[in-house]
Ligand binder design. Sequence first.
Ligand code: ADP
Ligand code: UDP
Ligand code: MG
Length: 223
Amino acid sequence: MPAIEQLPATNRTKPLFSPSDATVIFVLGGPGAGKGTQCANLVRDFGFKHLSAGDLLREEQNRKGSEFGDMIKEYIRNGQIVPMEVTVQLLENAMKSAMDHENKHKFLIDGFPRKMDQALKFEEAVCPSAFTLFFDCPEEVMQQRLLERGKTSGRADDNEESIRKRFKTFEETSMPVVNYYKEQGKVVWVTATAGPDEVYKVTKEKFAERGIVPTSSTTVKSS
Ligand SMILES: Nc1ncnc2c1ncn2[C@@H]1O[C@H](COP(=O)(O)OP(=O)(O)O)[C@@H](O)[C@H]1O
Ligand SMILES: O=c1ccn([C@@H]2O[C@H](COP(=O)(O)OP(=O)(O)O)[C@@H](O)[C@H]2O)c(=O)[nH]1
Ligand SMILES: [Mg+2]
């Protein structure tokens, strides 16, 4: 990728895609709330393309020759938000690729936007969002889940110290984004304390209220 100030999305002031080109649903929730888990369910049943901002950043961090690798690594370990230019560009690139090569136009953008500047920049330069799906979960529950995940995830931020920092960033920096969209009536709010199946059941009910129904149930099976 070019230098940060030369990234195409950084310098664009009209969205590349309109809501008729692409449906964008932001998926937010504290670390360990179950965003990734529920996105996998929604992908299976609704045909969404799942784009995890965290996964894209980790991929870029590990890409040979990336000029942003070291920076990303430090931000993630400290539970801080990587400068928005990088994340917005990675998301734009991934959306373009899914539209061009997989004919996918409905996106779950997981773990983004986590800061107001990202929310505003993405909607200004890439695509306006349809709504935000928010998973609400108490910290003690999220911490338990993350420590459990940390046993096998290999993630540099699934340890007690990083988790503490991520919770702080979530409260101070990411909750304002959720509240910003909530004030606009654009948040689907799901309590995520119960097990994955129950949380998914509620999510599907709330999607149905918005007229969003599974695609797999209408798929005609070939014999
Ligand atoms: N509703 C749930 N109840 C219990 N454990 C869950 C639930 N949802 C997810 N998990 C587990 O908690 C951990 C964090 O879930 P994940 O989907 O990765 O969350 P996030 O992407 O929000 O950080 C994973 O190990 C996952 O298997
Ligand atoms: O828009 C984003 C999304 C993620 N991150 C970084 O990536 C980390 C991991 O994000 P991910 O969504 O993978 O974590 P999760 O919430 O799923 O545990 C975060 O703590 C941030 O440091 C970021 O900087 N910007
Ligand atoms: Mg995740």
